[in-house]
Design a protein around this ligand. Structure first.
Ligand code: GBH
Length: 462
């Protein structure tokens, strides 16, 4: 019962990288095993009212103990690459200081298992699970966290560098800044609004220092996974277009331009002036050449003027109270299907995003990899997920046909998992997880993607 749309997908280049993504805090469980320290998410999830279904990630999908079964699922799917994250608190339990070799052992086993299955490991060094000891000293709001991050990156490279050919430093510093430090929806649960901006700068600095540490170990294939999406103005009115421009600056330009252009964006907004430390010097560290640029794409955002400026901006959006002090407010996007998370499904916006990046940054933009794209839907017969992936692959191909150099595509996610503040209620997996038994069941979308990959390989053979 696999829909045949796979057969009519356009053809991707022979060396295009097909993969799936996960992250440590969302799948591993085993939070007290082999000397792992506490993470900001352990502490956050234990606080009443933080996670919608009252759950936590102490067990999650138990991937830490079931990784062999999960690698077998990857092999069965036929992907060439697997993006996972290394949990910093496993490797350096206190964030800074002694390296815990037993924590690295797990990733050592995982990497060997992947290689034996013919799947290239693509580790992300940081996917939001800050060591709690560092969080208590200010987390990413303080500079020392960036320095500790580089030391940790060095320890991981020392252990895995002989077998890893592609690295990702950070996952979505924009979302950690906004949701974790700005709005308080994610760990560490701070609601600092614009005073969260130092967390953006220190993550970018940590990225740059980690790139230096990796290169010093001879590593190549280094990228980052940034969250990006087109921002649409709610109307053509000046108040709405300028609010949308600011949102675009905060979501897209603030995280792309230091990396690609070596400067912070903003003519009207003196962002660099709002950031701590020797920003001009730091930008030189941040802007080192990347081998590729990762984009996590989910949906476009419609943005307009804030509440007090009128125009019908909502007080709440996607379950998050929108502070009246913000100079912009998101709006509902009408006229598109939605995932069960309520996110609009707009494949064409992926083409728009990639073409706009190419136009904005020209040859400063390295080859792009889509490091996450996916959707939450219930059920094992997930025809909506198939339609979502089918549409986004066509949109991706259209961007490539328009001249954007895209080298790979990773689906979020291999497994249903702990979806942060939503707990287990949102299911993003190609593989269903029964949280009572932890049994894995491939969904229709898993079988469909396997056929996509087979068909592409068939065409390669001519
Ligand atoms: C990623 O973040 C994370 O890297 C990953 O860990 C996570 O599990 C996955 O995506 C799925 O959430 O309400 O329409 O405005 C995604 C960042 C930020 C994308 C919020 C969707 C809001 C959609 N997300 N955004 S909407």
């Amino acid at each position: 019962t696999v829909p045949v749309s796979y057969a009519s997908l356009p053809r991707f280049p022979r060396d295009f990288v097909w993969g799936v993504s996960t992250s440590a805090a969302q799948i591993e469980g085993a939070v007290a095993e082999a000397g792992r320290g506490r993470s900001s998410w352990d502490v956050f999830a234990a606080q009443a009212g933080r996670i919608k279904d009252g759950s936590d990630a102490r067990v999650a999908t138990d991937h830490y103990h079931r990784y062999r079964e999960d690698v077998a699922l990857l092999r069965g799917l036929g992907v060439g690459a697997y993006r996972f994250s290394v949990a910093w608190p496993r490797v350096v339990p206190d964030g800074g200081g002694a390296v815990n070799a037993a924590g690295l052992d797990f990733y050592d086993r995982l990497v060997d298992e992947l290689l034996a299955a013919g799947v290239a490991p693509v580790p992300t060094l940081f996917h939001w699970d800050t060591p709690q000891a560092l969080e208590e000293r200010g987390g990413w709001l303080v500079r020392e966290t960036a320095e500790h991050f580089a030391a940790y990156a060095d320890a991981v490279a020392a252990r895995l560098g002989d077998r890893v050919e592609r690295w990702i430093t950070l996952n979505e510093p924009a979302e950690l800044t906004l949701l974790g430090y700005g709005l308080g929806q994610h760990a560490p649960g701070r609601r600092l609004l614009f005073e969260a901006l130092p967390a953006a700068h220190h993550q970018l600095l940590g990225h740059g220092l980690a790139v230096q540490a990796l290169r010093a170990r001879g590593a190549g294939g280094i990228g980052i996974a940034n969250s990006h999406g087109p921002t649409w103005a709610a109307s053509g009115d000046e108040a709405d277009t300028s609010a949308a421009e600011l949102y675009d600056l905060l979501l897209n330009r603030l995280f792309a331009e230091p990396l690609l252009l070596g400067r912070y964006p903003g003519e009207e907004w003196d962002l660099a002036g709002m950031l701590p430390g020797p920003v001009a010097e730091d930008l030189k560290i941040i802007a080192q050449p990347l081998d590729w640029y990762g984009i996590n794409y989910y949906q476009p955002t419609s943005v307009g003027a804030p509440r007090e400026a009128g125009g019908g901006a909502p007080a709440e959006f996607a379950g998050i109270e929108i502070p009246a002090e913000l100079p912009f407010a998101p709006r509902e996007i009408e006229g598109y299907p939605r995932t069960d998370f309520g996110w609009p499904v707009v494949p064409a916006a992926l083409t728009e995003l990639l073409v706009s990046f190419r136009e904005r940054y020209g040859d400063r933009l390295p080859p792009v990899v889509i490091t996450e794209n996916g959707c939450s839907y219930e059920g094992i017969e997930d025809s909506e997920r198939i339609a979502f992936l089918d549409g986004h692959l066509r949109a991706l191909h259209a961007a490539m046909a328009a001249g954007v150099d895209v080298r790979g595509y990773f689906v979020w996610s291999l497994l249903d998992n702990f979806e942060w503040a939503e707990g287990y209620a949102r299911r993003f997996g190609l593989v269903h997880v029964d949280y009572e038994t932890l049994r894995r069941t491939p969904k229709a979308s898993y079988h469909w993607l396997r056929e996509v990959l087979r068909e592409q390989a068939r065409q390669d053979r001519g």
